[in-house]
Ligand binder design. Structure first.
Ligand SMILES: *[C@@H]1O[C@H](CO)[C@@H](O)[C@H](O)[C@H]1NC(C)=O
Ligand SMILES: *[C@@H]1O[C@H](CO)[C@@H](O)[C@H](O)[C@H]1NC(C)=O
Ligand SMILES: *[C@@H]1O[C@H](CO)[C@@H](O)[C@H](O)[C@H]1NC(C)=O
Length: 430
């Protein structure tokens, strides 16, 4: 392995954010951005100036070469269709990125396959949360698809709402009790409930998203003997200007009432069957039952559906105002009892998630170094998205593609990597 490449663009790693972020931000033109963004940019400019003073001319040259139309067009292409990991569109985008690397003039660009455990809801048997009255009539059934609010929003490939890696399960409460609102499902929230003698063991809990990783919420609930967990986005976190149509998407950037946050609940990194080693064809794999996956069913809902459940909870009142979210007219009672008039209602959480091994790809492109071939600069971003992925991850991928183009153009315009990348006494350590 004596002579290696110096600049590698690796789509799998998540280290592109800083480089991409700087170029993306400055590329948009400083006049149109908010004061808090200006502050961030001035911090970044300072970092750049401090670390790369000797290459300041190069920084400016790179930034001048960034074409904002390219950024915009990249983003439109990447976010045109949903591209969940392991789906046809995900594979198409892998090919698209490889082709772009080759067009830009990379020395190599390859797709590298991995077979990874992925989790999906059952397409024909959606996950449901239901409320039944004393006669067994279903009086409420949660939605598993967002309301189409814009003409481009109803792609059949947009995955139904689910939380990846939570098991299929079917749990229900007794009549009139067994539902607890647990705030953000942090350790301190469960401790507070214990202090208030609200016993969550054997209950279905409902927690708002935010503050901590959703996987920790599920784990905390599981550790306290909870039998199922519902995660909802609260307007105080996602619709801060109001929940009326004019206040939310598509009329503003805030989340509408049917919007649901999908996402993984796995507490480790990467493929749960190969924790810490690559999911290559011959790799040793754990059995699914030995992987450290969550053990209780979980389902995300939007705030319109959350309201229907939360407004029926009675029992212990909230300990303080910071437990109250932004749903007007909802007391955010803790439970576990339902309010008297719902004393014969039961809540059921029924999920059908399936975990299966699917193939996905890294795209690895390289530019060979001419001066220090044993040093690597890695730039990367993930590609797969839960939906269209315009923000996460495609805003980063759009910048990565433009970075790839600018770097190769810089090398061909200066002729050598020496001038283009510098010989760098100041390259930060990774
Ligand atoms: C999805 O649900 C249907 C209906 O219950 C069932 O027949 C099918 O086997 C399920 N699919 C998977 C992949 O489990
Ligand atoms: C359920 O409770 C409601 C209100 O408390 C009551 O009117 C109704 O008769 C009850 N139904 C059954 C089947 O118990
Ligand atoms: C909490 O509820 C569970 C299940 O109903 C029960 O086994 C346990 O004893 C209760 N804990 C306390 C502290 O009451």
């Amino acid at each position: 392995m004596a002579s290696q490449n110096i600049v590698a663009i690796v789509v799998a790693a998540a280290v592109s954010f800083l480089v991409g972020g700087i170029i993306g931000h400055l590329g948009t033109g400083i006049d149109t951005i908010s004061s808090s963004d200006k502050e961030k940019i001035s911090i970044m400019e300072k970092l750049v100036a401090d670390k790369w003073e000797s290459e300041e001319h190069l920084n400016h040259k790179i930034i001048d070469m960034v074409n904002t139309d390219n950024l915009r067009n990249n983003l439109i292409e990447l976010a045109k269709f949903p591209h969940l990991a392991g789906t046809e569109r995900d594979h198409q985008l892998a090919h698209m990125i490889r082709d772009r690397f080759l067009e830009a003039g990379f020395d190599t660009a390859d797709l590298v396959p991995y077979d990874v455990l992925l989790s999906r809801p059952n397409r024909t048997n959606p996950n449901l949360i239901t409320l039944e009255d004393g006669e067994g009539q279903i009086i409420f059934s949660s939605t598993y698809q967002e309301k189409p609010l814009h003409e481009d929003d109803s792609d059949p490939e947009f995955i139904h709402a689910f939380n990846a890696f939570t098991p299929a399960g079917d749990v229900r409460t007794e009549a009139g009790r067994g539902v607890v609102y647990v705030n953000y499902a942090r350790v301190e929230d469960f401790d507070k409930l214990e202090e208030l003698n609200v016993n969550v063991s054997g209950c279905i809990v409902i927690a708002r998203y935010g503050k901590i990783f959703r996987g920790n919420k599920v784990l905390h609930a599981q550790e306290r003997g909870v039998k199922g967990i519902i995660l909802f986005t609260d307007p105080s976190d996602v619709a801060q200007e109001g929940v009326e149509a004019q206040d939310v998407y598509p009329n503003s950037w805030w989340l509408p009432g049917s919007g649901m946050q999908r996402g993984s609940t796995y507490m480790g990194d990467g493929d749960p069957l190969t924790p810490g080693w690559p999911s290559t064809a011959q790799a040793y794999r754990l059995k699914v039952e030995d992987a450290q996956l969550p053990m209780i069913p979980c389902q995300p809902i939007g705030y319109d559906d959350a309201r229907v459940i939360l407004e029926k909870i009675g029992g212990t009142p909230v300990p303080s105002d910071d437990w109250k979210g932004g749903l007007t007219g909802v007391a955010y009672n803790l439970g576990p009892e339902l309010q008297d008039r719902y004393s014969n209602y039961t809540l059921r959480l029924n999920t059908h998630n399936v975990h299966q091994v699917h193939r996905s790809y890294n795209v690895i492109g390289t530019i060979k170094g001419k001066v220090e071939p044993d040093r690597y600069v890695l730039i990367g971003n993930h590609r797969d998205a839960w939906g269209y992925g315009a923000s996460d991850p495609s805003s980063g991928t759009a910048q990565m593609l433009e970075t790839a183009r600018v770097l190769t153009q810089l090398i061909s315009s200066t002729g050598t990597c020496e001038q283009a990348t510098g010989t760098g006494g100041n390259i930060p350590e990774h």
